[in-house]
Design a protein around this ligand. Structure first.
Ligand SMILES: C[S@@+](CC[C@H](N)C(=O)[O-])C[C@H]1O[C@@H](n2cnc3c(N)ncnc32)[C@H](O)[C@@H]1O
Ligand code: SF4
Length: 345
C-alpha cells in the first residue's frame, strides 16, 4: 500500500488534484460501490472508428461494427480534456479505427500534453511518413504501439489487409530517427505482433527485425475475435495459431471458448477506472464493442454526469452481483486476456 502511494507521488505528472482523485477512486473500488467518487485515472478517447485497412477479426476492418462512423472534432476533444484533464493521469488516444486518419490528432496530443497527461496510442503506422514524423515526436506523445503483424509483406497483408509492411517499418525508423535528432526519450516505441497461423513461423524474424530497428519493446499478443460472439469457428480456425502457448481459446463443442475462467467475477477495473469515450461522445465502460454498452454521451452532458448516471450505476451494480451472468462481460477479452507474452529486444 505504501509502495503504491509512493509510486503515485513519484509519477512525473503527479499533482495533488490527481493524487486525491486517485484516492477517491481507490475508495470506490475497495468498497465496491457502484457510484464512483471522482474521475477515472485513465480515459481512452477514440479519434475515429474509420480505418485505412481491413483486418478481418476487427469490427472496423470487417465492416461488422454497428456504431455510426466518423471523426472526433478538436472542439469536442478539448471539452473533455478541459473537464477531466486535471484529474486523469493517462489517456489512450485510440480505440477502434486508425487514429492517424484524424487530421487533428497531433493537435489533440499537444492539448492533452499541455495538461501533463501521459498520452499513448496504437497505430497501424501506414499513415506515418516524413511529412508528419517530426510533428509526432514534437507533440510530446509518450507511448506508441505499432502493429507489425508479419515479418514479410505476404504474411503481413493476410491480416493487415490493404497494408504495406515497408511503410510500417519505415514509420518505426522515422520515429526513432526524429526522436534521436531531438534527443528525446519519447515516444517509447513498442512493436506488437499478433501471433496467428500464417505468421507463427516468423517469430524469430520479428525478434531480429525489432532488434535491428532498435524498438524499445516487442510484444507478442494473443489473437482474439473482436467481431463479437458467438464467433465463427471457420473464421477463427483460419487465423488461430497451432502453438497453444499463443492461444487464448480452446476449441470445445464446435466453438472457440476462452481457455481461462472469468477473472474477478464481481468486479471490473474498466468500469470503475478506464472508460472509453467514442468519437461521437458515447461513453462505454470499456473498449468491448457492443451497442448495449452505450451508457451516456459526454458531449450532450458533462463527463461527470454520464460517469455516474443511472445506466452506469446500474451496470456497476450488475457487475458487483455477478459479472459472468452479463452476456457482454462474459465474452469480453478483458476478463480472460491477461496473458500477453512479451520480450524486450
Ligand atoms: C483496433 S486496433 C486500432 C489501432 C490501429 N488501427 C492498429 O491496428 O494498431 C487496436 C489494437 O487491436 C489490435 N487487434 C486487432 N485485431 C486484433 C485481434 N483479432 N486480436 C487481438 N488484437 C487485435 C491491434 O493490433 C491494435 O493493437
Ligand atoms: S488497422 Fe486497426 S482499426 Fe484498422 S482494421 Fe486493422 S485492427 Fe482494425
Amino acid at each position: 500500500m505504501l509502495k503504491r502511494i509512493k509510486d503515485k507521488l513519484d509519477r512525473p505528472n503527479h499533482t495533488w488534484k490527481r493524487f486525491l482523485n486517485s484516492c477517491l477512486n481507490f475508495i470506490s473500488k475497495s468498497l465496491r460501490i457502484p457510484f464512483v467518487l471522482g474521475f477515472p485515472e485513465l480515459v481512452s478517447v477514440e479519434p475515429t472508428n474509420m480505418c485505412n485497412l481491413k483486418c478481418p477479426l476487427c469490427p472496423t476492418g470487417s465492416g461488422k461494427m454497428r456504431r455510426r462512423q466518423g471523426y472526433l472534432t478538436l472542439e469536442n476533444f478539448k471539452k473533455v480534456v478541459d473537464e477531466v484533464g486535471d484529474y486523469i493521469y493517462y489517456m489512450t488516444l485510440s480505440n477502434f479505427g486508425e487514429p492517424f486518419l484524424n487530421e487533428d490528432l497531433i493537435a489533440m496530443i499537444r492539448y492533452a500534453k499541455s495538461k501533463r497527461i501521459v498520452v499513448s496510442l496504437l497505430t497501424n503506422a501506414n499513415l506515418i511518413d516524413e511529412s508528419n514524423a517530426s510533428d509526432i515526436v514534437g507533440s510530446g506523445l509518450d507511448n506508441m504501439i505499432i502493429s507489425l503483424d508479419g515479418a514479410t509483406q505476404s504474411s503481413y497483408e493476410k491480416y493487415k489487409v490493404g497494408g504495406d509492411l515497408s511503410r510500417a517499418i519505415n514509420a518505426v525508423k522515422l520515429i526513432i530517427e526524429k526522436r534521436d535528432e531531438r534527443k528525446s526519450k519519447t515516444p517509447f516505441l513498442q512493436i506488437q505482433f499478433i501471433v496467428m497461423r500464417h505468421n507463427e513461423d516468423e517469430i524469430e524474424e520479428i525478434k531480429n527485425l525489432a532488434q535491428a530497428l532498435n524498438a524499445d519493446r516487442l510484444v507478442f499478443k494473443k489473437l482474439c475475435n473482436l467481431n463479437g460472439f458467438p464467433n465463427d469457428p471457420q473464421e477463427m480456425e483460419e487465423y488461430m495459431p497451432l502453438d497453444t502457448a499463443y492461444r487464448a481459446y480452446k476449441f470445445e463443442d464446435g466453438v472457440y471458448r476462452w481457455d481461462t475462467k472469468i477473472q474477478d467475477p464481481n468486479f471490473c477495473p474498466m468500469a470503475w477506472n478506464y472508460p472509453v469515450i467514442n468519437w461521437d461522445g458515447s461513453l462505454y465502460p470499456c473498449c468491448f464493442e457492443h451497442s448495449s454498452f452505450e451508457l451516456g454521451n459526454v458531449f450532450e452532458s458533462s463527463f461527470k454526469e454520464a460517469w455516474n448516471n443511472k445506466r452506469f450505476i446500474s451496470l456497476r451494480r450488475d457487475i458487483l452481483k455477478d459479472k459472468g451472468s452479463l452476456r457482454t462481460c462474459s465474452e469480453c477479452p478483458v476478463n480472460f486476456y491477461r496473458d500477453i507474452v512479451f520480450e524486450a529486444p
